[in-house]
Every structure is written in structure tokens, then in C-alpha cells.
Design a protein around this ligand. Structure first.
Ligand SMILES: *Cc1c(COP(=O)(O)O)cnc(C)c1O
Length: 388
């Protein structure tokens, strides 16, 4: 039996008629850039995320990049973020000339630890006038950039309290987490100044290529995002600021407009698959070999990834590959130990929870269309490995 980590074909087959027609409509209109499909998607996604404004952009990475740009973050500035994430989170901070400051994660949720952020601010920073300054570098701390990893919201209440107390902006990296919510029902992207979404094909709401969006409740930031998206020109060809080409294509928006009404069903199917794994792996009594993921009580986890921890992770991964089960390691190297960030001066051992996660985590197939037989095969293959 084959169980790929992800198979996008059944979703396409189910919606093929509507998707093909939507793409053809754009082809016939020959209007490719920032038209009615993009505007419709922006309104619908913003509402879905409990936000007032959506600004469609070219990718999740560009959503993060343009969010940093409109907040005026640049050289001399520092952003506190998670080291246990996809590269774009830290990469975009460096690309605007700012410095990422990595604080460790909570081992249960894999998300940025508010306690670690607080400890860094209390021990490593001081107030100078209006500014919160990193004593070690002299840089000014400007923002927090929590990541809602795997589809579970970070612990936002204490993070927002820290941000308010210290006058910091908050950019949410919700690339994996559209529609996820905390126990009070507040959704990813609705907490901070700007929420950043990715519609990369492997995300829960995936385009036919690259696409992303910034969402916000701040009208002035929404206007700035629109201006920066088109090179900072307003009116056209008159540039008060320097932006970039961060536009979203009509074809991608048309695809996403067809898919968005199905997103809740897909996320519910992922939750059912996760519940099956939780139950079946617990019942298999695998002892300390494998630990299943934890969700905060009452929270809505949308399971872009279902990630277990395993002591002999790499051997388990090979065993599953031999049994036809696709897996992936998100992520094998935390950002503070990436070669390109060596000049930041971090060393192995500095952020132990992130390093442990990088050594232990393994993502299992979780996409909505998995069959019961496939799910059972994954669990039986894991159990077989653990009993050996
Ligand atoms: C996918 C992802 C991004 C980048 O999104 P792209 O659309 O691929 O540019 C950023 N952050 C996280 C956490 C992601 O998973």
C-alpha cells in the first residue's frame, strides 16, 4: 500500500469542473492582475480570519516581507521570533536588514514560548527613552513574529500582553494556520498588527502555484500594504515609498475562490484523521517510542501537519518509507543554527527545545482524502517498528 505524505489529485478531481471553468473565465477576460477575483478573495479571506482588510500578495514569504516593510523595519531593528519554523520567517527579517532574535519554543505546541520571550526581554534588554534596546547588540527591538506552526495558534494572549507593555508590533506568521483559533474562538491573524498567510499548494488552502495574503484590522496599514504591493506607487508612477512587485494573480485568486468554501470541510477531515492517529497510536501502546502531538484545550488546530516525536526518528522514517508511507521532517535544522545565520553568533545548545524538536519530529500523512485503510497502514507500520 502507498500512503504519500500529500496527494493533491483527489481534491482537484472533486472540484475539477468548477476549477477549470474559473481558470477559463480569467483566460477569456484577459484581465490577469489585481482584478475582481483578487478583490473577492481578499474580502472573503479577511472575514474568514476575523479581520477587516485583506491584501492579496504573491506568496507567504512576500506577505511577511511586505508586512515588515510597511512597519518600517530595517537596519538597526530586531525582531523576536521562533527558530523552529520554515526559513521564510527569519529570512524575511534579514532581507529587510533587520536582525532576527530567536527565543525558544514550548515543547508541547512547538510554538514561540512567551516565557522565553519575557526572559529575554527582562535579562537581555533595557529601555532607552521610547526604545527597547538589546543590550548585547545595541539594536532596537521592534516587533514579535510568532509562528502558528503546523496549524495551531501560538499562545497569543501573553505574547500580546508583552508586545503592548513594551510597545512592540506583532506580525503573525499564519502560513500554516488559516482558520485555526484559540480556546476563545479568536482566529490566527486577528491578534496582531498584520497576519500573513500562504496559499502555497501544500497549505490547507492551496493555489495552483505561489500566492499569499496579508490581513489586518488597521485601515492605515491596509492602505500602506496596497501601496507597497505595487512598488510604492500612488498615484501610479509617483513613488513616495519604495515597495516591490508583490501582486497576486487573478488566476490564482480564481482557484482560491472556488476552494475557500470547502476549507472548513477539509480542515474537519484533517481533524478526524488526527483524532484517528491520536487514538490508534495510544491504543497501540508504543511506550516512549512515539509521542503524539498536543492541542491546547478548546483550541481549533487545523493540522496542516500532524507531527509526532520519535526517539529513533530517522530509523522510523526509513522503516515507513520501506512500507510505502511518505513522511517529512519539519524542520531538521532550527534557524539559529543555519549556516547563513552564523554571524548572529548562536551556538548548538543555545535553544535546546528547538534543537530537540529538530532531532525528534516527524510529519505523517494527514491530508483530507486519506482512506481508513491508509490511516491504519500508517499506524500498523509505526507499531511494527516499535515492537521490533
Ligand atoms: C509556507 C510557509 C511560509 C512561506 O510561504 P510561501 O507561500 O511558500 O512563500 C512562511 N512561513 C511558514 C511557517 C510557512 O510554512
Amino acid at each position: 500500500m502507498k500512503v504519500p505524505l500529500l496527494d493533491l489529485k483527489p481534491q482537484y478531481q472533486a472540484l475539477k469542473g468548477e476549477l477549470d471553468a474559473a481558470i477559463l473565465r480569467v483566460a477569456e477576460s484577459q484581465g490577469f492582475i489585481l482584478g475582481p477575483e483578487v478583490r473577492r478573495l481578499e474580502d472573503a479571506v479577511a472575514a474568514y480570519c476575523q479581520c477587516r482588510f485583506g491584501i492579496g500578495v504573491s506568496s507567504g514569504t512576500d506577505a511577511l516581507l511586505v508586512a515588515l516593510m510597511v512597519l518600517g523595519i530595517g537596519p538597526g531593528d530586531e525582531i523576536i521570533t521562533s527558530p523552529y519554523t520554515f526559513f521564510a520567517t527569519g529570512g524575511t527579517v534579514a532581507r529587510v536588514g533587520a536582525r532576527p532574535v530567536f527565543c525558544d519554543i514550548e515543547p508541547e505546541s512547538f510554538n514561540l514560548s512567551p516565557a522565553a520571550v519575557q526572559a529575554f526581554i527582562e535579562r537581555g534588554c533595557e529601555r532607552r527613552g521610547e526604545a527597547l534596546v538589546n543590550r548585547a547588540t545595541g539594536g532596537r527591538i521592534r516587533a514579535l513574529m510568532p509562528v502558528h506552526l503546523y496549524g495551531q495558534v501560538a499562545d497569543m494572549e501573553p505574547l500580546m500582553a508583552l508586545a503592548r507593555h513594551h510597545g512592540l508590533r506583532v506580525i503573525e506568521d499564519a502560513a500554516q494556520a488559516i482558520g485555526s483559533a484559540d480556546a476563545s474562538g479568536r482566529r490566527a491573524c486577528s491578534f496582531g498588527d498584520i497576519g500573513c498567510l500562504s496559499f502555497f499548494p501544500t497549505k490547507n488552502l492551496g493555489a495552483f502555484g505561489d500566492a499569499g495574503m496579508c490581513v489586518t484590522n488597521d485601515a492605515a496599514l491596509a492602505e500602506r500594504l496596497e501601496i507597497f504591493r505595487v512598488h510604492g506607487g500612488k498615484p501610479k508612477y509617483y513613488h513616495g515609498v519604495i515597495g516591490g512587485n508583490f501582486r497576486l494573480d487573478e488566476i490564482q485568486a480564481a482557484v482560491l475562490n472556488v476552494k475557500l468554501p470547502h476549507l472548513d470541510d477539509w480542515s474537519a477531515a484533517r481533524q478526524r484523521n488526527a483524532a484517528f492517529y491520536d487514538g490508534a497510536l495510544a491504543a497501540a501502546d508504543l511506550g516512549a517510542h512515539v509521542r503524539t502531538p498536543r492541542t491546547a484545550a478548546g483550541a481549533r488546530h487545523i493540522y496542516n501537519q500532524y507531527v509526532i516525536r520519535a526517539g529513533r526518528r530517522d530509523e522510523l522514517r526509513q522503516h515507513l518509507a520501506d512500507r510505502g508511507v511518505g513522511t517529512e521532517i519539519y524542520y531538521p535544522v532550527p534557524l539559529h543554527l543555519q549556516q547563513c545565520f552564523a554571524d548572529l553568533g548562536y551556538r548548538a545548545g543555545d535553544l535546546p527545545e528547538s534543537e530537540r524538536a529538530a532531532a525528534e519530529t516527524l510529519a505523517l500523512p494527514i491530508y483530507p482524502e486519506l482512506s481508513q485503510a491508509q490511516l491504519r497502514h500508517v499506524v500498523e507500520s509505526i507499531a511494527e517498528f516499535c515492537r521490533r
